[in-house]
Design a protein around this ligand. Structure first.
Ligand code: NAD
Ligand code: ZN
Length: 239
């Protein structure tokens, strides 16, 4: 029934957008921040992904990122990533806004991807404007070739603001949207978590896909409890 309702919303939408989180990459074997992280279980992401943690112990922070990069660079897109790319190819999905710092949406074939929190493929200088692409996770502390300062991961850390141009692009897409699919996000990290409300305030619909309830569930028009790959697969079949 929920699938039928979701399909109806997707088909009727003139401008459908998706907002994704770590849950869509969970099925590619990439741990979510609330998952079991083995070795790294004793550290909380909120204590590693911050400018203060980097200033205090850049080696520890880079080790954690190198570990995450090695998983992400070797992962392959999941059924969820592929289904979202297919929805774009079919002309149904107009834009995809992601909190994920992996590149699995692009590798699945999605073209219009807005990365709210940056990318693990990028390292940037902590002092100057130097930016580089990472083919491999760095094994030692990476330094800037221009000014010798430490390079840092090209992501937005807790306590940092989102780049304004990126946030503006996301808001622009959502302001045009009459429906948004919110997939695999715990909807607790701001401002990303509030973005779907732009659509709601404009009279549009929210379709949520998540195995668990989130703070957004009460606001959703359709909320489907399930894994992103399973649910999106069913939606694609029913279209
Ligand atoms: P989160 O870790 O806070 O929450 C993950 C959500 O995914 C949970 O609500 C969980 O119920 C749901 N989930 C788990 N398995 C799922 C599945 N198979 N299908 C659908 N949903 C599933 O992640 P978040 O909301 O994206 O936000 C936290 C921050 O985590 C973001 O800033 C993001 O940059 C960062 N992050 C990114 C990655 C990545 O790039 N792959 C991985 C971990 C964390
Ligand atoms: Zn530099």
């Amino acid at each position: 029934m929920d699938i039928t309702n979701a399909v109806k919303i997707i088909k009727e939408a003139k401008h459908l957008t998706a907002l994704t989180g770590a849950g869509v990459s969970a099925e590619s074997g990439i741990p979510t921040f609330r998952g079991k992280n083995g070795l790294w279980n004793k550290f909380r992401p909120e204590e590693l992904a911050t400018p203060e943690a980097f200033a205090r112990n850049p080696e520890l922070v880079w080790k954690w990122y190198a570990w995450r990069m090695s998983i992400i660079f070797n992962a392959t897109p999941s059924r969820a990533h592929l289904a979202l790319a297919k929805l774009e190819e079919l002309g149904l999905l107009k834009a995809l806004i992601t909190q994920n710092v992996d590149d699995l949406h692009e590798r699945a074939g999605s073209k219009k991807v807005i990365h709210l929190h940056g990318s693990l493929r990028i390292a940037k200088c902590s002092s100057c404007s130097h930016v580089e692409y990472l083919k491999e996770p760095p094994h030692t502390l990476p330094k800037c070739p221009e000014c010798s300062s430490l390079l840092r991961p090209g992501v937005v850390w807790f306590g940092e603001s989102l780049p304004l141009d990126i946030l503006r692009k996301a808001v622009e897409e959502l302001s045009k949207s009459d429906a948004v699919m919110v997939v695999g996000t715990s909807a607790v990290v701001q401002p990303a978590a509030s973005l779907p409300l732009i659509v709601k305030e404009n009279g549009g619909k929210i379709v949520e896909i998540n195995p668990e309830r989130t703070p957004l569930t009460a606001m959703a028009d359709v909320s489907i409890r399930g894994k992103a790959g399973d649910v999106l697969g069913k939606i694609l079949k029913a279209l």
